[in-house]
Design a protein around this ligand. Structure first.
Ligand SMILES: *[C@@H]1O[C@H](CO)[C@@H](O)[C@H](O)[C@H]1NC(C)=O
Ligand SMILES: *[C@@H]1O[C@H](CO)[C@@H](O)[C@H](O)[C@H]1NC(C)=O
Ligand SMILES: *[C@@H]1O[C@H](CO)[C@@H](O)[C@H](O)[C@H]1NC(C)=O
Ligand SMILES: [Cu+2]
Length: 171
């Protein structure tokens, strides 16, 4: 009896550990490292220090009203002219931007002169190498996993494994 209980607890702990390692990979990056989105920081240097992954979060901290965060196109990043090419605007002073896509992201501060002055950077966000938590299961998710070695199928097969393991626990 006691050993069954232990086995059960062990299963749950293993699952939690597996789940955490597999899915909870997102990191938070305070833009500028010293916790300030401000003038006088070289954000190009900062942006090159890390490899960003889908699901990571950029945190911009600054005095509300002094700065802002515009997510823009590469063209607008280069011109610093925000009359076009703006994808999103944040201005709370404590902005959390989740990197949801494997693509390039470009950010500028649109306060007059700040973008040209260095408050701008671009990053390349890559797909996570481990499985992502699927947002909504679709019938497609129950298809057999793709052959090993094809990275595209991995997220799906991990997910199916998780479900099977969950069913095993419930049974
Ligand atoms: C980023 O990725 C490159 C190439 O995969 C690697 O050489 C480098 O060490 C990584 N940098 C960090 C900070 O993880
Ligand atoms: C920004 O671009 C718009 C339209 O492309 C243009 O009318 C405007 O003069 C530009 N502003 C500056 C400061 O160059
Ligand atoms: C990243 O993964 C998504 C979904 O798995 C896929 O549709 C997309 O093409 C991938 N992007 C890159 C740049 O590998
Ligand atoms: Cu600014």
């Amino acid at each position: 009896m006691a050993s069954n209980t232990f086995a059960f607890l062990f299963s749950i702990l293993s699952f939690l550990s597996f789940f955490t390692k597999t899915y909870v990979q997102a990191r938070e990056y305070s833009v500028g490292d010293n916790g300030r989105w401000d003038q006088g920081v070289n954000y190009l240097t900062w942006s090159q220090k890390y490899n960003f992954t889908v699901g990571d979060v950029l945190v911009f901290i600054y005095v509300k009203g002094q700065h802002n965060v515009y997510q823009v196109t590469e063209e607008t990043y280069r011109s610093c002219n925000s009359s076009s090419g703006v994808k999103a605007i944040h201005d709370s002073g404590n902005d959390r931007v989740t990197l949801t896509e494997a693509t390039q992201y470009w950010f500028i501060c649109d306060t007059k002169g700040h973008c040209k002055g260095g408050m701008r950077f671009g990053i390349i966000v890559e797909n996570s190498t481990v499985a992502k938590m699927p947002s909504a299961p679709s019938p497609d998710d129950f298809m057999p996993p793709a052959p090993a070695g094809n990275g595209a199928g991995r997220g799906r097969s991990w997910w199916v494994l998780g479900v099977l393991f969950g069913l095993f626990l419930v049974a």
